[in-house]
Design a protein around this ligand. Structure first.
Ligand code: TRP
Ligand code: ZN
Length: 867
């Protein structure tokens, strides 16, 4: 590294010295040399007469102040400083950029045949020199000029104010966005699309035009996105009383995109993965993902756009809150318990792992080198859990009062996390002083609970200790305010009312001290306790449950989540036990009582199908890794394989009956139909481990009329290493190699192939005509699934897996540092492995550290890990 990247600190925030109130942009689009003219009304707010603008990777063509050529400026690689300016003035800057060569997919770039932009977090500075910070809000107009035949659609934020033809086969469209916005919400798209249109009447009676733009030929894959958008608009009116504010809402699907989607004002840009679906190409998981992401970006219009972030350290203000909102949306429309289970899996797996890694940070980070590195599970998912805890503490009515107050105070401005908490506190009258520590403290708290029952007094006591272990970013931890939801059951399964000091009390206990004892009165028998119901706080729970108690809760707990969680804890006990048995060369065990408990779940006709399927999903490798200081990759794999095999063998008849009874005549994406497919395909994944599996998998692959069933057959063949696997893989690739999105599913199976040949097959697969390292979806599917989801092969003692990832990262450090920086994550966690593997991984990190052009993104992570 020639010049070491510098960190920014949250505590250094200064309000802007200059602001821009209005900006008029003109784009003359060309593949390799696009001209951007930006005319801004600038206003000096403080004494400084140096106007510092951000800008990277552009050619400055001209600079004028109040229409006169101006030369009193200095430039670095990343900044333009204009000297001796004051008061109000007009600044006109013309820059030249090269969208064709922009493989980083930030700023203006080409995706396929079209142009598009990505400006969050700091991409606008690759378009023009600007005050590229979220607390500078300007009114934008945008004139887009391009060849008319190649780019019939020219889009930007807001309303179309004029359009027309120009010389040389060009045309233009002029857009005006009436809402002041930070530059990160700017968007421009140009291309030749098919468009699905609809309209939505808001609850106050305004008509909104809805338009979804997709590559030509994909119109038959857009109806689900449109339905999801309309459902989102309706839900936000009903649940949050929030209405859309422009006359038009556009969504564009692009194939080259670093993330899921982007909430640009009035013009969302989506990864095509989160728009396109029809039954032949998309799985049920894809359908639900589209609903969630369409909702997420739509909900940002209020939580993100109308109220935006003061600075990027406040990212969770919009992301945590918007994830909370999209989770509630999915839960209100579909199965609340299944949604909760899946969100909790993400917390316990990858989010807890992030807390345990060198990248540990609070949901409101203190120190950032590359902002793109902080679009994390911590900011998004734990951020959402923090909002959810406030919702639990306040209740829905007070929470909604808090939201109203938040918008009353901050609509049209750039706010902070503190502003949000204060609104919640003021609206509800509930003291959140200690609760605020969730914003500043990183790491996963551990709750250690013990109980005792006093026969003579009829009292039950719970002692709760909390402790947050030091993280790599922060050593000293304080006690947090933890909402701890519990329930007591009598042996007959009836709920025991909680009473303290002769009064009925809520199920949500306020844990605030390092150690606290709660005494419950009038408990006439020794109860079974259900702890951390609904995962009421993002913590690890330690409690010495017996098998009998867990089996009791699997049957009797009042809510599905608690039943699922009891099942997970029971499985966890035997996964741990068997890992130890493998290490001690002892026989592996899974008691009949455990098998029978799961048999009971499978046969319980009262449970939702989708929920039963979740009960049978074992904790995955990554989640189990989090239970240990040093992990034994192969032992985890063997223990999981043993449990899956035992359940498969013991419950073969029940799985088989379930499988056959759930065959559906015709396909639909109704939630009930999705649930039936989920349980049927879960049964198939177990049956694949028995002698009848091969024939069932093959028949299902042949008969499938939808991608969910096709992929379930292929996934089962892959995981169980059936001999039919290769035949199915070949057939699928021949059928779909023209369709990158569909091939992603195939690339994931190649990446997660459990065969010991996996790595050489993956290397060969990189030559597949549908594969390209330039496309983030392809890269994540093949390489990401190998590094993040194929533990045994990636962590092969030979170190070949690590070296392979090292090679790819060196290449992507130049082409797309943002995607490279996500792929590096598995290497950062080397401390979890034995010393041989540690040195092999560190050698790869060192290779990266030694590069003389290491991008900020990788620099930040690699230096933290090696420190
Ligand atoms: N704001 C986007 C979301 O949450 C995230 C996003 C999309 C993003 N593209 C990005 C973040 C590029 C960083 C860089 O939906
Ligand atoms: Zn978001």
């Amino acid at each position: 590294m020639s010049q070491q990247p510098q960190a920014k600190f949250r505590s250094d925030y200064q309000s802007p010295e200059f602001i821009i109130s209005d900006i008029d942009l003109v784009f003359d689009l060309n593949d390799t040399n696009t001209l951007v003219s930006a005319t801004s009304k600038v206003q000096q707010l403080k004494q400084s007469t140096d106007l510092l603008l951000e800008g990277e990777g552009m050619k400055l063509v001209s600079l004028k102040i109040d229409d006169v050529e101006y030369s009193d400026f200095t430039q670095t690689d990343t900044q333009l400083t204009i000297h001796n300016v004051s008061g109000d003035f007009t600044l006109t800057i013309i820059t030249e950029i090269n969208p064709q060569e922009n493989t980083a997919l930030e700023g203006l770039y080409k995706s396929g045949d079209g142009f598009c932009t990505q400006c969050e977090a700091e991409g606008f500075r690759r378009i023009t020199y600007y005050l590229d910070r979220p607390d500078v809000l300007a009114r934008f107009t945008t004139k887009v000029i391009a060849d008319k035949e190649a780019y019939p659609h020219l889009l930007s934020n807001g309303n179309r104010i004029s359009q027309g033809d120009l010389d040389g086969g060009k045309h233009f469209v002029h857009w005006q966005d009436p809402f002041p916005k930070p530059a990160y919400l700017f968007a421009l798209v140009a291309g030749n699309f098919d468009v699905l249109t609809d309209t939505y009447k808001t609850k106050s009676g305004r008509d909104v035009a809805l338009e979804i733009y997709v590559d030509q030929g994909n119109l038959d894959r857009t109806p689900h996105a449109m339905t999801s958008l309309i459902n989102s608009m309706k839900w936000d009116e009903e649940r949050f009383d929030l209405e859309y504010d422009l006359d038009i809402y556009m969504i564009v699907a692009v194939d080259f995109f670093n993330m899921g989607a982007m909430e640009n004002k009035g013009l969302n840009v989506f990864n095509s993965k989160f728009v396109l679906a029809k039954q032949e190409t998309a799985t049920d998981t894809d359908y639900l993902g589209i609903e969630a992401v369409i909702g997420h970006e739509y909900f940002h219009n209020w939580t993100g756009n109308r109220v935006t972030c003061r600075d990027w350290f406040q990212l969770s203000l919009k992301e945590g809150l918007t994830v909370f909102r999209d989770q509630e949306f999915s839960s209100d429309l579909g199965s609340r318990s299944v949604n909760r289970i899946n969100n909790v899996r993400i917390m316990r797996g990858p989010q807890f792992a992030e807390d345990a890694s060198p990248m540990a940070h609070p949901i409101r980070p203190e120190k950032v080198i590359e902002m793109n590195n902080f679009y994390t599970l911590t900011v998004y998912e734990k951020g959402s859990e923090v909002i959810r805890m406030m919702h639990t503490l306040l209740g829905e009515a007070n929470f909604q009062k808090g939201m109203k107050l938040y918008f009353e105070r901050h609509d049209g401005t750039a706010a902070t996390c503190e502003d949000f908490v204060l609104a919640m506190e003021n609206a509800s009258g509930i003291d959140l002083t200690q609760f605020r520590r969730w914003y500043s403290q990183s790491g996963t708290p551990v709750l250690t609970v013990s109980s005792s029952y006093d026969d003579a007094k009829n009292e039950y006591a719970l002692t709760v200790k909390q402790h947050t272990p030091a993280t790599e970013d922060q050593t000293d931890k304080l006690p947090l305010h933890i909402p701890f939801d519990i329930e007591l059951y009598a042996q007959d399964g009836l709920v025991i009312q909680l009473r303290c000091n002769n009064e009925k009390v809520s199920n949500v206990l306020n844990v605030t001290e390092e150690e606290q004892t709660f005494i419950f009165e009038q408990v006439s028998e020794k109860p079974v306790v259900s702890l951390l119901r609904e995962f009421s706080a993002p913590v690890k729970l330690n409690y010495a449950y017996s098998d009998e108690e867990l089996i009791f809760l699997m049957v009797h707990a009042q809510n599905d989540f608690a039943r699922w969680d009891a099942g997970q804890m029971l499985l966890a006990n035997y996964i741990r036990k068997n890992i130890a048995n493998i290490q001690d060369d002892k026989e592996l065990v899974l008691p009949q009582s455990v098998v029978d408990a799961f048999r009971g779940v499978l046969l319980n006709a009262e449970l939702e199908h989708a929920f039963i399927a979740e009960m049978f999903v074992l904790p995955n490798h990554n989640e189990i890794t989090g239970w240990f200081d040093t992990v034994d990759v192969d032992a985890i794999d063997k223990a999981l394989g043993f449990i899956k095999q035992t359940l498969a063998t013991e419950l073969k008849d029940e799985f088989s009956a379930t499988y056959h009874s759930l065959k559906q005549g015709s396909y639909s994406v109704e939630h009930d139909a999705i649930g039936k497919r989920a349980l049927r395909n879960c049964s198939l994944s177990y049956l694949a481990k028995t002698e009848i599996g091969e024939a069932l998998v093959e028949a299902q692959y042949q008969d499938a009329d939808n991608m969910t069933d096709t992929m379930a057959a292929m996934g089962a063949a892959n995981a169980a290493e059936l001999s039919i696997r290769q035949t199915l893989m070949n057939d699928f690739s021949a059928k779909w190699s023209h369709d990158g999105l569909v091939m992603d599913k195939w690339f994931i199976l190649q990446g997660s192939n459990p065969s010991s040949e996996a790595l050489s097959i993956i290397k060969e697969t990189m030559n597949h005509k549908a594969f390209s390292l330039k496309n983030p979806n392809r890269t994540r599917s093949l390489i990401g699934s190998f590094a993040g989801g194929n533990a045994v092969n990636f962590h092969s003692k030979t170190g070949e897996g690590y070296a392979f990832l090292g090679d790819i990262l060196i290449e992507m450090n130049e082409s797309n540092p943002q995607v490279a920086s996500r792929l590096v994550d598995p290497l950062l966690k080397f401390k979890k492995y034995d010393s041989d593997r540690q040195s092999l991984i560190k050698a790869q990190l060192q290779r990266l550290a030694d590069l003389d052009n290491l991008a900020k993104d990788l620099y930040e992570k690699v230096t933290k890990a090696l420190a």
